[in-house]
Design a protein around this ligand. Structure first.
Ligand SMILES: [Zn+2]
Length: 126
C-alpha cells in the first residue's frame, strides 16, 4: 500500500473488545475516517447494516450502505488467529483498507491491515 495508515488507539481498543465478544464467531465492522493525499486515518468504527455472523464467515449487504466517503473499509475477525486474508476476503474487498483481527485479540499485534491486492500495510497507532 502506498499510503501510510494511522489508527487511533480507541479504535484499536474497540476492535479488540468487539472481536473478543463475538468469539468464536467472526465479527465484522466498518472503519471510518479520512483519506488524505498520502495517508489514511482511521478514527471511528461503525456496525454495518444487517451483519451475518458465523464461525466461518461474516458478511453484510453492501448495497444497504449509505454513500458515505468517510467509510474507508472493513474490519473482521479471524477466530483461527490467521492474520492473512482468505481468497473470499479478497473477492469481497470493500473500500480502501481491510483490517483483520486475529484471536486472541489482545493487542495491536493481533491486527493486520491489507490493501486490495492482499499486501500487508504498516500502520501506526496514535
Ligand atoms: Zn476473513
Amino acid at each position: 500500500m502506498s499510503k501510510r495508515v494511522i489508527i487511533k488507539q480507541d479504535v484499536v481498543d474497540g476492535l479488540l473488545s468487539y472481536c473478543r465478544n463475538f468469539h468464536p464467531r467472526e465479527a465484522i465492522l466498518l472503519v471510518r475516517g479520512k483519506k488524505l493525499k498520502d495517508e489514511i486515518q482511521i478514527n471511528a468504527l461503525m456496525i454495518p447494516p444487517l451483519p451475518v455472523h458465523s464461525e466461518t464467515f461474516t458478511s453484510f449487504p453492501i448495497h444497504m450502505l449509505p454513500i458515505d466517503p468517510s467509510i474507508l473499509g472493513t474490519a473482521h475477525s479471524h477466530p483461527n488467529g490467521v492474520l492473512r486474508p482468505s481468497l473470499e476476503d479478497l473477492n469481497n474487498y470493500f473500500g480502501r483498507v481491510m483490517l483483520i483481527i486475529g484471536f486472541p485479540y489482545m493487542s495491536k499485534n493481533d491486527i493486520s491491515v491489507f490493501d486490495r491486492e492482499g499486501n500487508r500495510a504498516v500502520f501506526t497507532v496514535i
